[in-house]
Design a protein around this ligand. Structure first.
Ligand code: SF4
Length: 318
């Protein structure tokens, strides 16, 4: 179990990450998907069978210390691996609730939501943020590029059976001829939201491709378009919808005074799981020397800077 961040999240505020499934050596992720826009890279290990992976008791002590230091708004299961691959996810959520009263979120592709044991784990969390980017199997395979045999219909059926709060997250974008931003696809996505909402009331979170990826053809949509789609979801489906915009970004600073060495380790652990801008990193280490450590790591070539099309922002990358 690797604890990383916190990170500023437009959905979850100051979000402290817990990675329950680390990527095997030589791979950037452990996931049954390989989404076109994945910010972790594309050399992933297609892991297809959830299993009980060990969570050492000492890690919960480390987590408790970090919760006290960073005062997160949410503790979020995410990182290099699809969290539901670890069948101890529910146990981890229970242990966290014994330590603190911070709500627990999980970011998932919902690939295994049709499994009863996986849903039992998810139900120990306060909110499940489940990915649906496409309304049809054909587009799902083009965008999320899942391992063979994974059916979008099963994912949707599984989501309907989750008992805890569910938000559906959709990234709206284009990549060459692949897009979910055209009217026909958006109408069909609205049908999917309506269909899920009939059995399981949901909220919809709309984002776009704002983080670096290997693919140069990714094209984001602007916040005006996201705002229009969110309005349609609310008016035409009766479902609450929020969308990403720069002004929604969580702005607060987290004060932490830690050593140079520890800063280097924490920044590297973070960037292996979540690309961040320089400003985002510095905001989580207010009062420390994060700017100096970042510059040194860039000078040494350990970290690089990548200019992203979206708002022309610079991301720090490993
Ligand atoms: S589900 Fe998440 S981790 Fe897996 S490939 Fe897609 S974006 Fe990457």
């Amino acid at each position: 179990m690797k604890i990383y961040g916190p990170v500023p999240s437009w959905r979850l505020g100051n979000s402290l990450g817990v990675d329950l499934v680390e990527a095997p050596p030589g791979y950037c992720k452990a996931c049954p998907f390989n989404c076109l826009y994945c910010h972790l890279g594309h050399k992933g290990h297609f892991m297809l069978e959830p299993a009980s992976m060990e969570l050492p008791p000492k890690d919960f002590g480390i987590l408790e210390k970090k919760i006290i230091e960073t005062k997160p708004d949410y503790i979020t299961f995410s990182g290099q691996g699809e969290p539901t691959l670890n069948l101890n996810l529910g146990y981890a959520a229970q242990r966290i609730k014994e330590i603190c009263d911070v709500p627990v979120a999980v970011l998932t592709n919902a690939c295994f939501a049709a499994r009863k044991d996986v849903r039992a784990n998810l139900d120990n969390c306060d909110v499940v943020i489940a990915k649906i980017d496409a309304p049809t199997q054909q587009l799902f395979e083009k965008i999320n590029r899942s391992a063979r045999g994974i059916k979008l219909a099963n994912i949707i059926d599984g989501i309907k059976l989750i008992n805890t709060k569910v938000c559906i997250q959709t990234l709206i974008f284009s990549c060459g001829s692949v897009t979910n931003a055209d009217d026909e696809t958006l109408n069909a996505l609205l049908d999917v939201y309506r269909d899920i909402n009939k059995s399981k009331p949901i909220e919809v979170l709309l984002g776009t491709v704002t983080r670096p990826s290997d693919d140069e053809n990714l094209q984001f949509v602007d916040s005006e378009k996201l705002s229009e789609i969110a309005d349609r979801i609310t008016k035409e489906c009766g479902i609450k919808a929020r969308y990403f915009s720069e002004s929604e970004k969580e702005q607060k600073n987290v004060r932490r005074k830690i050593s140079f060495d520890q800063l280097g380790v924490e920044i590297t652990d973070l960037l292996l799981r979540r690309p961040c801008t320089r400003e985002e990193i510095i905001s989580r280490f207010d009062g420390s020397d994060a700017a100096i450590v970042l510059d040194r790591l860039v000078d040494k070539g350990v970290l690089g800077l990548k200019l992203l099309d979206y708002k022309k922002g610079h991301y720090v990358v490993l």
